[in-house]
Design a protein around this ligand. Structure first.
Ligand SMILES: *Cc1c(COP(=O)(O)O)cnc(C)c1O
Length: 360
């Protein structure tokens, strides 16, 4: 068996030990004689799996007791509609910080439900940064302020938690959740799809301050009404049971690695290997401003894009896959989530050095 270094942006690499445990438990989970996939979501076995996953997530992120943790479906793109339906609470306008492709998707969808204001945008500089907080013009009457904490495509990440006054702060954390400690109390709602840094696609995590729910628009589908979901312990409808089980294994793995501060330290070290190399290279370059660079998704360009195909081919031959950048931005992108070992990043940098020496 050969495992590659998988630099996919999502669905993304999972820790090998988690996959091994899932394989070992596939046919018979803990003597139940069943796979987790075959269990009733209302049976005692699955209820225990679900409760443990939630407890571990609460522990890892130190989620305050007045926040609900919801395990939903529909992905972050689904949440682009579900969040406004639940969070307008009688208001009419939402403030967005536009930092790139995922912000734009959130903005477009929210327009179906509300008036949208762009309180700050990095469009003018080609989405190479997070607009500094001092440039934001916030509306105190907005239902909430929406940020994307890590732009998975552009590789732009917040390295500060924005202070937004009395207006609720909502964050799409799909691609950097659990990569570092977060002070959840500074946010009012955090959401994200699981398939970047948590587990299989199909599970969406929502962490929401409980006093903000219960005022969903009447058109909100019941399965997407946070209050309904919360009151039913995320079992209003059948939850994505197997994805929740794998997420629980990943949470346990993170805890065993030393929790989120340890993850953050490892992630900083991995990203530094790549960015330090990019910054001294005359052959490759990073398109993102230094203080906004993502520790999870590292886009880079070859100065001569005619060599892109040869670069990717050589990477693949060396067991490094999925390095092609998103079609909207081109170039390369190395996604180095929690599960990417430092050896994978070292192998990539060594290959970049070799490629540069051979082609510069
Ligand atoms: C991947 C991603 C999404 C889309 O998630 P889906 O699960 O496909 O709906 C949205 N926002 C960000 C920041 C992402 O990385």
């Amino acid at each position: 068996m050969t495992r590659v270094f998988n630099f996919s942006a999502g669905p993304a690499a999972l820790p090998e030990s988690v996959l091994r445990q899932a394989a070992a438990e596939m046919l018979d989970w803990h003597g139940s004689g069943m796979s987790v996939m075959e269990m009733s979501h209302r049976g005692k076995e699955f209820i225990a799996i679900h409760a443990e996953a939630e407890a571990l997530l609460r522990e890892l992120l130190a989620i305050p007791a007045n926040y609900k943790v919801l395990f939903m479906q529909g992905g972050a793109i689904g949440e682009n509609a579900i969040v406004p339906m639940n969070m307008l609470r009688g208001k009419t306008s939402i403030d967005f910080i536009d930092t790139g492709e995922w912000s734009k998707k959130s903005i477009k969808e929210a327009k179906k439900y509300a008036k949208v204001r762009i309180a700050a945008s990095a469009e003018a500089t080609g989405y190479d940064r997070v607009p500094p907080r001092s440039d934001w013009t916030l509306d105190p009457d907005a239902a909430y302020v929406h940020v994307c904490s890590n732009e998975t495509i552009g590789g732009v990440e917040y390295h500060f938690t924005p202070e937004v006054g009395g207006v609720p702060l909502v964050a799409d954390m799909s691609s950097d959740i659990l990569s570092r400690p977060v002070d959840v109390a500074q946010y009012d709602l955090i959401y994200g799809g699981a398939q970047k840094n948590i587990g299989p696609a199909g599970l969406t995590i929502v962490i929401v301050r409980e006093d903000l729910i219960g005022q969903a628009l009447p058109i909100t589908p019941s399965a997407f009404d946070y209050k309904q979901v919360a009151d039913n312990d995320s079992m209003y409808n059948t939850p994505p049971t197997y994805a929740i089980y794998i997420a629980g294994l990943v949470f346990n793995w993170i805890k065993a690695q030393g929790g989120l501060s340890a993850m953050a330290e490892r992630n900083r070290a991995k990203a530094a290997l790549l960015y330090d190399y990019l910054d001294q290279s005359k052959f490759f370059k990073s398109p993102v401003q230094r203080d906004c660079r993502s520790l999870m998704n590292v886009p880079f360009k070859l100065r001569d894009e005619a060599l892109d195909a040869a670069f990717l081919e050589g990477a693949e031959a060396r067991g490094m896959l999925q390095l092609k950048g998103h079609r909207s931005v081109g170039g390369m992108r190395a996604s180095i989530y929690n599960a990417m070992p430092v050896e994978g990043v070292k192998a990539l940098v060594a290959y970049m050095q070799e490629f540069e020496a051979a082609n510069a």
